[in-house]
Structures are given as C-alpha cells and as structure tokens.
Design a protein around this ligand. Structure first.
Ligand code: ACO
Length: 324
C-alpha cells in the first residue's frame, strides 16, 4: 500500500498575458477569458528541457517528504514534451537529482499523464517491487505550440508538479480508473517528428511539429468522459460524490470544468481551479493544481480528494485519494 509524503511544483518566471498574445495573433483578452477562463500562462526560457522544470518541482517534493534523492527507487515522468525523443526525461531527471538508485521511465498520456503515472507508481509499490516512487508531470508545451495559430496558442503553458509515494500500512490512494480511445487519436496530436512522419524540410515548412487540435470535438468528449471517469473512480472507492472534499480536475478550459462539475453535482467551493494563472499545462496541470491546493491548506488530513483528467490519445482517468 502507498501514501503521498511529499508534493512540489514549479512554474517558470516569465508570464505571458492575454494582452501580450493580442500583439502576436488576432485574438483578444475578452475572447480568451470568456471561452477558456485563462488570463495568463508561464513560459520557460527557450531550449529548456522538461527535466529542468521537473527537477525544480521534485526538489521541493523531496524536501517535504524527508527522503534523500538516493532513497528514490523509481522515477516516473509524465510528459509529451520530453527533453529529447529518447532517452526518457525520467533519466535526465535522475541525473539532475543524483537519484542513482532509481529505475526510470516516461509515461505518454498527454494531459492524463500525471494520473496514469501516479497509478503506475501506486501499483509498483503495491506489487512490492519499489518502496519510494517519484511521479512527475512536466511540460514545456511552449516548444510544441504554433505561435501563429490563434486557436491553440492561447491555451497552453509550461510547468511541473511532483509527488513522492512511499510504501505504507494504509493505502491513501483508494481507487483509480483509467480509460482510452485510440480511434480519436487524430483530434489532438503533433503530426510529425515520429516514425510515421520523421522531421524533414517539408514537415518543418508545413508546421507539422506543432500541436493540432479539433477543439469543439474535444470539448464534448472531455465533458462526457470526465464525468464517467470520476463516477467510476468514486464508486470504485466505495464513496458517493457527496463524500468528496476537493475535486481537482484537469485545467484545459474553465467551461469544461463547470460542465463536468454541474453534471456530477460538486459545488464550486469544492473545486480547485487555477487555469486563469497557468492555462493548460497538460500532465503538469493536475499535479500543480494538487500542489497548490495543498499549499493553500485547502486539503486537510483524511480529506477525500478526486483527480479527474483528460487529454490527447484520447486518454482519461480519475483517482480518489484519502489525504494522509
Ligand atoms: N481568438 C479569437 N477568436 C478565436 C480564437 C482566438 N484565440 N480561436 C478561435 N477563434 C474563433 C474561431 O476562428 C471561430 O471563429 P468563426 O466562428 O468565425 O469560425 C470562433 O472563434 C469559435 O471557435 P471555436 O473553436 O468554435 O471556439 P470554442 O468555443 O469551441 O472554443 C476552445 C475553442 C477554447 C479550444 C474549446 O473548444 C476547448 O477548450 N476545447 C477543448 C480543448 C481541450 O480540452 N484540450 C484538452 C486536451 S489538451 C492536451 O491533451 C495537450
């Protein structure tokens, strides 16, 4: 069984506001705010690897856990903007941390990556293979954002969140539910740079190394599957929606969060929302939101916290945590 003993976050210093974006593409603060709830996002310095953001968040999580880097025996990094196509960003992070005793791998589950990574870490501990697991969601989405495409560039930001899980007598993760639908993979993707369409002059010219998204289609699916995932995870924990103390959804669009919470009947004061300050940070979004909720003392011991996420793949998931 496993419990969370440390949590940390890091966002780059540079703030890019909606007003700044008005100078880059044909958009307005009014459009972005009413359609998404985003006011600003953080942008990492050019050529920063996701492992660098992950390192900053992990140092804080480690300090809070009371463990040393050498105590970590598994590092899982959820990212779609890894430092390089390979090796894994988890390996780069291991080197920054000098966590020499850790096995390392990455999880590719877009905005659902942090919950997928947590579920993996939890199961590795439950299975008895590892004792102390570092799970990180880290993204430099600015590196795959097309700054000429107003339909996507207003949505995303950079950041990282980290959690340390350790073996314990009682499980603080009560349940997890993960789902996917590969038939919808073309709705949100970076088309080039993989084996299907390796980098070439043509792919660069056609801007195929940037995110492409069919926003309205995603919106509808996101609401449906997030409602379903939260329901399954809460039922899996033997609880009701009324037992939830804090709902921490993926921060892609405030209207998605409102639609999901209305359908499941969770009141606004029980939902953690920070999208206005960061935009969508993919796998880092729910990790950073969880960390901020903790830092703002919105989570107390024994509270029931529900993560609910959705992203490109398509993938989704929900996890119920009894805060230890
Ligand atoms: N500024 C001004 N106008 C814009 C902008 C912009 N930044 N972007 C689009 N528009 C225009 C469009 O061109 C369109 O104009 P038209 O009516 O003249 O054709 C109009 O605004 C409406 O566009 P829609 O795309 O229909 O706008 P919508 O209300 O659907 O909002 C949005 C778009 C915000 C992208 C929304 O669909 C959304 O949030 N979708 C979900 C995204 C998501 O969940 N992603 C999650 C996963 S991310 C990951 O995995 C990495």
């Amino acid at each position: 069984m496993a419990k969370i003993i440390g949590i940390g976050k890091y966002v780059p210093e540079k703030v890019l506001t909606n007003f700044d974006l008005e100078k880059i593409v044909d958009t307005s603060d009014e459009w972005i705010t009413t359609r998404t709830g985003i006011k600003e996002r953080r942008i990492a310095p050019k050529n920063t690897g996701a492992s660098v953001l992950a390192y900053e968040a992990s140092k804080i999580a480690l300090k809070r856990s009371g463990l040393k880097a050498s105590d970590i025996d598994l590092i899982v990094v959820a990212t779609i903007t890894g430092d390089t196509p390979f090796p894994s960003t988890a390996c780069f992070l291991q080197n920054h941390l000098k966590a020499a005793n850790a096995a390392c791998f990455d999880v590719s589950a877009a905005c659902a990556g942090f919950v997928y990574g947590l579920a993996a870490g939890w199961q590795f501990i439950k299975g008895g293979l590892y004792k102390n697991v570092l799970v990180v969601g880290s993204e430099v989405l600015s590196s795959i954002t097309d700054w000429k495409d107003r339909s996507t560039c207003v949505l995303f930001g950079d950041g990282a969140g980290a959690v340390i899980l350790t073996a314990s007598k009682k499980d603080s993760i009560l349940s997890a539910y993960l789902g996917s639908d590969g038939s919808e993979s073309e709705i949100l993707m970076v088309p080039a740079g993989g084996s299907r369409l390796p980098a070439s002059e043509e792919t660069v010219k056609n801007r195929l190394h940037f995110m492409k998204m069919k926003g309205n289609e995603l919106f509808r699916i996101a609401v449906r599957v997030m409602v379903q995932a939260a329901g399954k995870a809460i039922k899996g924990a033997g609880l009701e929606f009324s037992d939830v103390d804090l709902f921490v959804p993926h921060q892609a669009n405030e209207r998605i969060i409102s639609a999901v919470s209305e359908r499941i009947g969770i009141p606004r004061e029980k939902i953690y929302i920070n999208i206005s300050r960061y935009g969508n940070m993919s796998s880092a979004s729910s990790a950073v939101a969880l960390c901020e909720a903790y830092e703002e003392k919105k989570i107390k011991k024994d509270d029931i916290v529900v993560l609910d996420v959705f992203g490109g793949g398509l993938v989704w998931g929900s996890m119920v945590i009894k805060w230890a």
